[in-house]
Design a protein around this ligand. Structure first.
Ligand SMILES: [Zn+2]
Length: 265
């Protein structure tokens, strides 16, 4: 060591430089890991999407016609939002070679006569949807809704299933995982706490996706954004693709009896 040098200051500086380099390296490793994970996940979805070819998928946009569904804090109705996401999902599925049965479009006529009242017409509408889906012998049904709650801080998309078909739970799990990954807006878990007429009366596995809370100001804004709608639709698409990829090609699953439930949702 030369005379006049300051070994203490030098080694402190050297240690700081080493620590900064280590930190930077760790950050780069984590970022590279995330990038690789995303690429692998996307490659997995792209490969799984091949299993959508030839499948029939019922996409049930909730509400419509005389029934607007939930009304958001900003005055937006559930009806057109869930239809927008459903139409995006239908386009993706069709591009992958699936046949899509949409239970309604934007111009859905009301069913029943005006003398019977709105609730009667809504019930007939739900029955008609179930008849359409069952008649088409769809492989799976996905019902799309948006949530609302008295507490405006509640937020996050959530996927529901019933125990009528064991594989519905697997589908719910895959869709929920993709919603969490692709929206970054939900930590909710899948749930079977649902009484949904369409899921209760259709002859195939299915899920209901509540795409977010219209009662939450931030989420209501997001749900109105076409780019966010596309991400939500893609998450459902990715979950469906992964589910079909895991399903044996000729799988037919016996259902448990249909529950006798009130018409709802
Ligand atoms: Zn709804």
């Amino acid at each position: 060591m030369e005379r006049g040098s300051r070994p203490g200051a030098f080694s402190r500086g050297w240690r700081r430089w080493q620590a900064a380099t280590l930190c930077l390296s760790l950050i780069m490793v984590v970022l590279a890991g995330l990038w690789l994970h995303t690429r692998l996940e996307e490659a997995g979805v792209a490969s799984a999407a091949m299993s959508l070819r030839g499948r029939t998928i019922a996409v049930d946009a909730g509400h419509g016609g005389i029934d607007p569904g939930a009304i958001g804090v900003d005055g937006s109705a559930e009806d057109p939002l869930v239809l927008a996401v459903s139409l995006r999902l239908a386009r993706m599925l069709e591009s992958a070679g699936a046949t899509v049965l949409l239970t309604r479009g934007a111009d859905e006529p009301t069913t029943g006569t005006t003398t019977q009242g709105p609730s009667h017409r809504t019930k007939l509408n739900l029955r008609r949807r179930v008849e359409l889906i069952n008649a088409a012998s769809a492989d799976v049904v996905v019902s799309v809704h948006a949530n609302s709650f008295s507490n405006p801080s509640e937020h996050g998309a959530q996927t529901f299933y019933t125990a009528r078909f064991a594989s519905s739970r697997d589908l719910a799990d895959l869709v929920q995982r993709q919603l969490a990954r692709l929206t970054g807006e939900t930590r909710r878990k899948i749930s079977d706490h649902i009484d949904h007429y369409v899921l209760n009366h259709t002859d195939m596995p299915g899920v209901t996706v509540e795409i977010g809370f219209l009662s939450n100001p931030r989420e209501a804004r997001l749900l109105g954004d076409p780019a966010y709608q596309q991400r939500v639709a893609y998450a459902i698409y990715a979950g469906l693709a992964q589910w079909f990829a895991r399903l044996p090609a000729t799988a037919t699953e016996p259902s448990s009896p249909r529950p006798r439930t009130a018409l709802s949702r």
